[in-house]
Design a binder for this molecule. Structure first.
Ligand SMILES: *[C@@H]1O[C@H](CO)[C@@H](O)[C@H](O)[C@H]1NC(C)=O
Ligand SMILES: *[C@@H]1O[C@H](CO)[C@@H](O)[C@H](O)[C@H]1NC(C)=O
Ligand SMILES: *[C@@H]1O[C@H](CO)[C@@H](O)[C@H](O)[C@H]1NC(C)=O
Ligand SMILES: *[C@@H]1O[C@H](CO)[C@@H](O)[C@H](O)[C@H]1NC(C)=O
Ligand SMILES: *[C@@H]1O[C@H](CO)[C@@H](O)[C@H](O)[C@H]1NC(C)=O
Ligand SMILES: *[C@@H]1O[C@H](CO)[C@@H](O)[C@H](O)[C@H]1NC(C)=O
Ligand SMILES: *[C@@H]1O[C@H](CO)[C@@H](O)[C@H](O)[C@H]1NC(C)=O
Ligand SMILES: *[C@@H]1O[C@H](CO)[C@@H](O)[C@H](O)[C@H]1NC(C)=O
Ligand SMILES: *[C@@H]1O[C@H](CO)[C@@H](O)[C@H](O)[C@H]1NC(C)=O
Length: 770
């Protein structure tokens, strides 16, 4: 009886949606991507205006008039990237996407900054990276290189961007400062560009806080990342007087340009696709050499993602694009920014700690980390857990996490409170403890964070301890009649072991978009990194914290990314002609996979990490200067890559600046990436790679470490180079040793060596399900 009615209901709904009043149709902001422009280098303003006109005409043909199109378009990408951003109805967007000239149409989506918490705080003696004077001298500290970032802007008064000692701005530079005034962001000979892009944010947020209409950094993140990549030497940099040392970026003599695309968070996103694309288009035009991008979203299709498209065009113009892998670890398959033209960076620890021991009355002592002030008196204080201190109306689990409104001040007053990490911000737990009257806090890691401990500028004396230690401390408090404890004064300690290990937050492979491409590519320091900061905000980011400091610490793949950008800057100074992929190859094939205990690098649970955590390994700038051989890639190789994953000629043509024929044999297995990943090995597979000599003439021999259950043969297994620039191909055949081998990923490696250089590539294999 119901069936006829049901079909009638469906029909009537369809009619309703067809005939509804267009005034009620919801408009959203979209990006319409049309591929590349093929302008002459000296393209005129009139030519660029003409491009905008064609965008108006094109959209006008869908909306009914050019005027409507003009109102709807808020960015016309006209220099290198071809496309526009516009306010459209879903139906209009769907129609436009069917047009043969359109590569893709996608929502102007929000992306996140890749910081765990922007108020994370700890101090280090020096700015993050491995230093080596001779190498820095050789690369002239990155002189002549221009490094840009896409971020929250810049604090121009920071000493890290002072132009003392810098010569004239390179004549090839075409960039500028949007608001070159003292109140805005004044350019100088070091900080040579500062622009801001907000229309995409505004289109999403509807309303913009216009007190923020400049490239000035009101957040701290952009100043931190830019100074990590290329901040000046700043001696006597300290945070609250501790950890006094010389702050510096990876390429301290490079010039810098800030492209502000991130604004106060709205629905959890700060940076929007439409702005990101415009920033890329302008940065390519301005003449940056390196772009450092510490933000991202969920992994998505290469041409439905502003960051991926922008990076593609930048790399096509010889710009190295370095991106953060994301902070969604330790879950597998979380890595973002997976485009093969990006350098994707995971995060790991340094060998520096700010140690503050947690001591119990029973004599037990646990090493924690802290940047907080010491306890008022040198005596034992009573201990209580958040669980025990729960307010009558709160749940034990929430109180254990020391969430707002869950603690009973009567119970907490005068005690050291033990809180569990997770769910809420670490500094907020400290704040709740302080509000409830605690004299101190022990922050115990949850299982997922393992051994990754971070020193924060808590509002009260505090120390953060590992998961295992936290278990013991909680058990002691729980099972002792009169539990007492103490937190020692925080003290800087260098050479801690093991280091590096992977940060728990660092996003991991496998790559969910193209599993044949290993991501991340590399890991670099991203835990407790000190760098310049905005003085518009407190180090904790808490509003009632009125402290302002020129240097701050922060953690995240946001922090590791600019380390790699800084090293890429040095390589660019040394080898101006190297392609972005040669630079990536040099960085990844010379990385190390062992820690300072000479054991394989571990994860935050101190279990052996894999290339899905660190790609090639931990960056070694000194070695990257002299890789011997590189796996190079041209723009055509990237086009072939796109052919091999199913993009057809029509689509390829739009971003290849002219006709491009997909080779009939385009095979992703032969894409010359500096790693080998076979996600579904069935029987055997042969992959081809090509190595270019960038060192001295010589003979290299192949050495293989076979993944468990997989046999690997290399043909030829010797490569002789007579001159620089010479390229030689070889084939690697992988075969399962037994029929049901390695259903899960297993890991090995291929190393080419002439006795001086070691050109290492990870091999990652999983057998196809039978
Ligand atoms: C320049 O920036 C300052 C500070 O944000 C702002 O008050 C001023 O309106 C800006 N000027 C222009 C022309 O955008
Ligand atoms: C933010 O998200 C909420 C809930 O999904 C939604 O109602 C709101 O419109 C969003 N805000 C904007 C500016 O899109
Ligand atoms: C705009 O930002 C400023 C600085 O953060 C803040 O004080 C002000 O309240 C904001 N205004 C609005 C309308 O959000
Ligand atoms: C940092 O060290 C320098 C040189 O060693 C010294 O002159 C300066 O006073 C120190 N600053 C602090 C805050 O300790
Ligand atoms: C418990 O009650 C207090 C005081 O009324 C309130 O501030 C707090 O938000 C409440 N907590 C919860 C978890 O409901
Ligand atoms: C602490 O003890 C209480 C009561 O004995 C128990 O319910 C709770 O699970 C214990 N908590 C921990 C973290 O061991
Ligand atoms: C470390 O690796 C082990 C084994 O893969 C995994 O179970 C664990 O969750 C990882 N821990 C972290 C913090 O990444
Ligand atoms: C290429 O792909 C697009 C989008 O999938 C499709 O519309 C078009 O017809 C294809 N062209 C050819 C020649 O196959
Ligand atoms: C693959 O890994 C999963 C999870 O790590 C494990 O449960 C499973 O037993 C493994 N399978 C094989 C064939 O090793």
């Amino acid at each position: 009886m119901w069936f006829p009615n049901l079909s009638w209901i469906v029909l009537s709904c369809t009619l309703f949606s067809l005939f509804q009043d267009p005034a009620f149709a919801i408009k959203k902001s979209y990006v319409v991507y049309l591929g590349s422009h093929a302008h002459e280098p000296d393209v005129s303003t009139a030519d660029l205006d003409r491009v905008t006109e064609t965008h108006h005409e094109f959209l006008g043909s869908f909306l009914g008039s050019t005027d409507k199109a003009r109102d709807s378009i808020f960015y016309s990408y006209k220099r290198h990237i071809n496309g526009f951003a516009a306010i459209l109805e879903d139906e209009e967007a769907a129609q436009i996407s069917k047009h043969p000239n359109v590569v893709s149409v996608f929502l102007n989506q929000g992306r996140k900054l890749h910081t765990t918490h922007s108020w994370d705080f700890m101090l280090l003696e020096k700015n993050g990276i491995v230093h080596h004077n001779s190498v820095w001298k050789k690369a002239r500290f990155g002189e002549d290189t221009i490094i840009g970032n896409l971020d929250t802007g810049v604090w121009p008064e920071s000493e890290s961007f002072s132009d003392q000692g810098f010569g004239p701005v390179p004549s090839r530079w075409k960039g500028m400062c949007d608001n070159d005034t003292t109140a805005g962001v004044p350019c100088n000979r070091k900080l040579i560009g500062a622009r801001y892009f907000y229309r995409g944010y505004e289109a999403y947020a509807k309303k913009m806080n216009f007190s923020h209409n400049s490239a000035r950094d009101y957040d701290g993140h952009g100043t931190h990342t830019l100074s990590t990549a290329a901040g000046n030497f700043v001696p006597g940099a300290s945070v609250f007087g501790s950890g006094n040392g010389t702050a510096k970026g990876g390429s301290p003599m490079a010039r810098v340009a800030s492209y502000k695309v991130c604004w106060p968070p709205i629905n959890g996103s700060e940076c929007f696709d439409a702005d990101i694309l415009e920033a890329f288009d302008i940065a390519i035009h301005d003449g940056v050499d390196i772009l450092s991008v510490s933000l991202g979203g969920d992994p998505s299709d290469y041409f439905d993602d502003g960051l991926s498209i922008g990076a593609f065009h930048a790399v096509k113009h010889g710009i190295v694009v370095v991106c953060s892998a994301g902070n969604s670890g330790p879950t597998p398959g979380t890595v973002s920014n997976v485009s093969p033209w990006m350098i994707t960076v995971g995060a790991s620890t340094l060998d520096r700690e700010f140690q503050a021991f947690v001591e119990l009355r029973n004599g037990q002592r646990f090493k924690g980390t802290s940047l907080s002030k010491p306890l008022p008196d040198s005596k034992f204080y009573p201990l209580i857990t958040g669980e025990q201190a729960k307010a009558a109306n709160a749940s034990a689990a929430e109180a254990f996490l020391c969430k707002e409104g869950t603690l009973d001040p009567e119970k907490v007053k005068g005690k050291i409170l033990a809180c569990l990490r997770g769910d809420t911000a670490r500094v907020d737990k400290g704040r709740q403890a302080a509000l409830a009257g605690a004299v101190g806090m022990i922050l115990c890691n949850d299982k997922a964070s393992g051994n990754e401990i971070i020193a924060d500028p808590h509002l009260l004396p505090a120390s953060q301890i590992t998961y295992e230690d936290g278990d013991v401390v909680i058990a002691y408090i729980n099972c002792t009649d009169d539990p007492l404890g103490f937190i020692t004064i925080p003290t800087a300690k260098l050479g801690t072991k093991p280091a590096p290990f992977m940060a728990a937050f660092s996003s991991q492979g496998p790559n969910t978009i193209t599993p044949e491409i290993l991501k991340p590519d590399i890991t670099a320091p991203g835990v407790n990194i000190i760098a310049a900061y905005s003085e518009a905000i407190s180090p904790t980011g808490l509003t009632f914290d009125d402290r302002r400091i020129p240097f701050n610490t922060d953690s995240g793949t946001s922090m590791s990314c600019p380390h790699v950008a800084g090293v890429a800057g040095l390589l660019k100074t040394l080898y101006p002609d190297w392609s972005p992929s040669a630079i990536r190859s040099a960085i990844t094939t010379t990385a190390r996979t062992r820690d300072n205990t000479v054991k394989p690098m571990r994860n935050a649970s101190l279990i052996e990490a894999t290339p899905f955590n660190y790609g090639g390994g931990h960056i070694r700038p000194n070695r990257a200067m002299d890789p011997g051989l590189v796996y190079d890639l041209t723009t055509n190789d990237y086009l072939d890559f796109l052919c091999s994953i199913g993009y057809n000629q029509t689509m390829i043509k739009s971003f290849s600046e002219g006709p491009y024929e997909c080779p009939s044999s385009a095979n992703i297995m032969d894409f010359n990436y500096p790693s080998i990943t076979v996600p579904k090995l069935s029987g055997s597979v042969t992959v081809t790679r090509k190595l270019k000599n960038v060192g001295s003439p010589g003979t290299y021999a192949a050495r293989v470490r076979e993944p468990l259950g997989i046999s690997v043969s290399v043909e030829p297994n010797m490569l002789t180079y007579e001159k620089i620039g010479e390229e030689k191909s070889f084939k690697v055949t992988l075969k399962a040793k037994w029929p049901c081998a390695a259903k899960n990923y297993t890991f090995g490696g291929l190393t080419w060596t002439d006795g001086k250089h070691y050109v290492r590539s990870p091999i990652v294999v999983a057998a196809a399900a039978s």
